[in-house]
Ligand binder design. Structure first.
Ligand SMILES: C[S@@+](CC[C@H](N)C(=O)[O-])C[C@H]1O[C@@H](n2cnc3c(N)ncnc32)[C@H](O)[C@@H]1O
Length: 193
């Protein structure tokens, strides 16, 4: 998924909010690659990154070391509710977490995003998404997922559109990026007032 990740990260880094936000939260930051890229581009932001894995957060700490004074890394439990105050972020990002969650977890993630962002805050969620036409790569991925989700890192393509409540989110845009027959969906939206 590395080539996919690079193409997707490029799209995410193009977002206006990446360089203009003062408080950024990333859920499931993993080893901190995106965090480092955003911190390099936005000298004015404070960055709070969460993950379930202490090992990945230690890798992230090394990666973001030059910006450590404006970064907070928080290890969380796999609870739907994140230990973050309401309205704390101008921009909330999460890459490849939504596609690991059950439908109830996806709904909880959108609820949390709505709570953590203030009105007019920006949401950017990325996950595997069904392609416009099913490719062999996607069929193979789903086949492996059905046998054992662990073989494909616990992720599968998720049709994200039904989870986006139009009463809560506006300016919704879903872009897709396909690489090696696998598609990622990049959802951006603004929290309604
Ligand atoms: C597939 S990895 C993606 C990591 C990173 N976002 C990236 O794109 O390279 C998913 C990450 O989400 C974390 N994760 C899963 N559920 C989470 C939750 N509820 N809260 C925070 N992190 C979570 C996992 O520990 C893992 O590091």
């Amino acid at each position: 998924m590395n080539l996919v990740d690079m193409a997707v990260r490029r799209e995410v880094l193009r977002l206006h909010a990446v360089t203009t936000s003062h408080r950024i939260v990333e859920i499931g930051a993993g080893s901190g690659t995106l965090a480092r890229e955003i911190l390099d581009r936005n000298a004015d932001c404070r960055y709070l990154a969460t993950d379930l894995s202490g090992r990945l957060l230690r890798l992230a700490a090394t990666k973001i070391a030059p910006h450590h004074e404006r970064t907070l890394l928080v290890r969380v439990d796999p609870e739907p509710r994140q230990p973050l105050a309401s309205g704390i972020a101008d921009l909330l990002i999460s890459l490849y977490v939504v596609d690991m969650l059950e439908p109830s977890g996806i709904r909880a993630l959108f609820d949390e995003a709505y709570r953590i962002l203030p009105p007019s805050g920006t949401l950017c969620l990325v996950g595997m998404h069904p392609g416009q036409r099913p490719t062999w790569a996607e069929r193979l991925w789903l086949w492996l997922y059905r046998i054992d989700p662990g073989w494909v890192g616990g992720s599968r393509p998720v049709q994200i559109e039904p989870y986006i409540d139009p009463e809560r989110w506006e300016n919704v845009r879903i872009r897709t990026v396909e690489c090696w027959g696998l598609t990622s969906g990049i959802v951006t939206a603004t929290r309604r007032r």
